[in-house]
Write a protein that binds this ligand. Structure first.
Ligand code: ADP
Ligand code: MG
Length: 639
């Protein structure tokens, strides 16, 4: 090792990550090329940005370019750019540590497999791991899938020193100073010493087809230089796709560009491309991914909204979109923003604010259009991103009505989902004045809730809301189309005036028999503190009892969520509703009047209460007492 060479250990996680990548991702090795080309293109864009305030950096007049060179005898493949380059510190930061949250999430995702990987042969599938790489922005390390050793020779634009980073990807890397003569004039040269299994990447036809397929829409030209050729050939033209007119862009161009830009391996579920020419001029290219990005619910996740000013990349994670549109991948290029001020100042400018607002508006409109014109396609978008969009319902009340138009719901009468609120309202039953909903953790459990029975018997549709965000928006939204939202687990059911679906007369809870009234009073007294009240129910038909929230305060689900966070107001106890015509209830009432042992009826009261709690997805606080009561009652029944 020459003097001045430092050896560094990778941060522990990196070594594990490299091991994982090399051993579990075999089927899609091609992607290393795309990752390195996209890094080279990023470096060129960073240089363009810095050159805005420091023109000297590009004073040599060399246009940004990426060159791939093949050296068959030397068994190396080199990817070189004349972009920003890296200082020594940059190298340590960028290629020696993995500190961003996405990478941590990646490792967590992979960690169950991490131990197994030691003794497992190469995971033939591999595809899913490959999918993760791009999404977590750790693309550089994919080089070790094809190379035994990677050298990174780099010189930061404007600096008078150059460095050689080198690693076999097994646990450490070295950094040594590099002669300026053998370094790029500026930028980075990544030299891959191809491993045995990867020699076929040294064929130019193979490289060309991979580059065209995976990097065809990159914003910097790509050249390929073969061993024996004197001059490189340009294989990708490298013009900004978003500035072309739509007619000149093929479906496939959009798709390729989307993959590189969004770090996704799927196809976009929606592509929108427009040029605004009113008060401000700007171009927008936006995609909805075909599947959920891994980090969709990671609070620290960085956006992928690129902001360009006159084709200079200002930032790759602009705060263009509100959180509830974070699944979009958006690129904006504007001529109306100032180019010579800081990123922050650009994003704080009133012009940016106006553009931002117009874009959000348009994107929501476009979602609405797709919902109308392509219900099936939209169903997928909603399935993936509905829970995120619904955050907008309480975060952004101004957009609520717009969002209500595109919302699609699973309901008690449409268990496969896809119901819009407009459809719901069009199908209201006679005398129905509210939009009924039930919130919970799991749509399947919701569908069998006893609280729904009376609604079902009347043919009343109930929205089944199973996302955590639902409990919040639904309790703050005033209503839709003049109809208030009402929880089926809150207050008196209020459905007496709605006719039964089978045309028969509704069972009445109005005046239960004196016997049943006495039983209900007895139950209330027995349960005592744990409930606010016990009362006869309108909403039950086949179940004996259920719990509902009192008329005031949050509904059952929201009360549960608040209680978990220690925020439940003390008065929010549930009401136990009893089905006055249920055979169990009438039989117990008769026994109570007949002077039956109080213990049996007390046990029954508690068991009815506990069962209602279980049906609500709650845990029993005192399993011992529950079990003792159940045994006593069964014994009495058996005896
Ligand atoms: P990402 O591109 O998502 O940041 P990578 O693992 O692909 O993740 O690259 C890590 C970092 O290494 C980049 O963010 C960049 O700072 C640096 N880097 C990689 N390749 C180059 C290059 N050709 N020129 C300059 N910097 C580079
Ligand atoms: Mg990268």
């Amino acid at each position: 090792m020459s003097s001045g060479t430092d050896t560094h250990a990778f941060q522990a996680d990196v070594a594990r990550l490299l091991h994982l990548m090399v051993h579990s991702i075999y089927s899609d090795r091609d992607i290393f090329l795309r990752e390195l080309i996209s890094n080279a293109a990023d470096a060129c864009e960073k240089l363009r940005y810095e050159a805005v305030s420091n023109a000297d950096l590009m004073s040599d007049g060399a246009a940004p370019a990426i060159r791939i060179s093949i050296d068959k005898p030397g068994k190396t493949l080199t990817i070189e750019d004349n972009g920003i380059g890296m200082s020594r510190d940059d190298l340590v930061q960028a290629l020696g540590t993995i500190a961003n949250s996405g990478t941590r999430a990646f490792l967590e995702k992979m960690s169950p497999a991490a131990d197994a990987v030691e003794d497992r042969e190469i995971d033939g599938g591999g595809g899913s791991a490959a999918k993760l790489i791009g999404q977590f922005g750790i693309g550089f390390y994919s080089a070790f899938m094809v190379a035994d050793r990677v050298d990174v020779q780099t010189r930061r634009a404007g600096e008078n020193e150059a460095w050689n980073w080198s690693s076999d990807g097994k646990g450490s890397y070295t950094i040594a100073p590099l002669d300026l003569d053998s370094a790029p004039a500026r930028g980075t040269r990544v030299v891959l010493h191809m491993n045995e299994q990867s020699q076929d990447y040294l064929e130019s036809w193979r490289l060309q087809s991979i580059v065209k397929e995976h990097s065809g829409a990159v914003s910097v030209p790509v050249e390929l230089k073969d061993d024996d050729a004197a001059e490189p050939r340009r294989i990708v033209e490298g013009s900004a796709i978003w500035l072309k007119s739509r007619g000149d862009i093929s479906e496939n161009d959009y798709k390729e560009f989307y993959r590189g830009f969004a770090g996704q391996f799927d196809e976009p579920a929606m592509t929108v491309h427009w040029k605004a020419e009113g008060r401000y001029e700007y171009t927008v290219l936006a995609f909805v991914p075909g599947s959920r990005p891994m980090d969709l619910f990671d609070p620290a996740r960085k956006g992928r909204t690129k902001l360009y000013v006159r084709s200079v990349l200002i930032t790759a994670d602009s705060d263009l979109l509100p959180g509830w549109l974070r699944f979009f991948r958006v690129l904006v290029d504007s001529a109306d923003l100032p180019l010579n001020v800081s990123r922050e100042m650009i994003q704080n400018s009133p012009v940016f604010g106006a553009i931002r607002k117009a874009i959000v508006n348009r994107l929501v409109q476009e979602l609405g259009k797709t919902a109308d014109s392509d219900p099936e396609g939209f169903a997928k978008i909603w399935e993936n991103f509905g829970p995120v969009l619904k955050e907008g319902l309480y975060e952004d009340p101004e957009r609520r009505d717009q969002l209500f138009k595109i919302g699609r719901f699973v309901t008690s009468t449409h268990p496969d989902g896809g119901r819009s609120l407009a459809q719901y309202v069009a199908d209201l039953r006679p005398n129905q004045t509210a939009i009924y909903y039930l919130t919970g953790e799991d749509a399947k459990n919701l569908a069998i809730s006893p609280q729904l029975e009376g609604f079902r018997a009347r043919g009343v549709e109930v929205l089944l809301l199973a996302d955590p965000v639902d409990a919040f928006w639904v309790s703050t939204a005033v209503g839709y189309d003049g109809k208030p939202f009402r929880s089926v687990t809150q207050g008196a059911a209020d459905i007496k005036l709605i006719p039964m679906a089978d045309g028969k007369e509704a069972p009445s809870s109005e005046a239960p028999s004196a016997e049943v009234a006495t039983l209900i009073a007895f139950i209330k007294q027995t349960i005592g503190e744990a409930i606010e009240d016990a009362r006869p129910s309108d909403r039950l038909s086949s179940s004996a009892a259920c719990l509902v929230a009192s008329d005031k305060g949050p509904d059952r689900r929201l009360a549960q969520i608040l209680a978990q966070h220690g925020q439940l107001p003390a008065e929010a106890k549930p009401v136990l509703e009893i089905n006055p015509t249920h055979p169990l209830v009438t039989a117990l009432a008769a026994r109570l009047r007949g002077g039956e042992s109080k213990t049996l009826i007390e046990d029954a009261a508690w068991l009815i209460h506990d069962e209602a709690r279980l049906m609500d997805g709650e845990k029993l606080a005192d399993v011992g007492a529950f079990s003792a009561r159940l045994t006593r009652v069964l014994q009495a029944a058996a005896g």
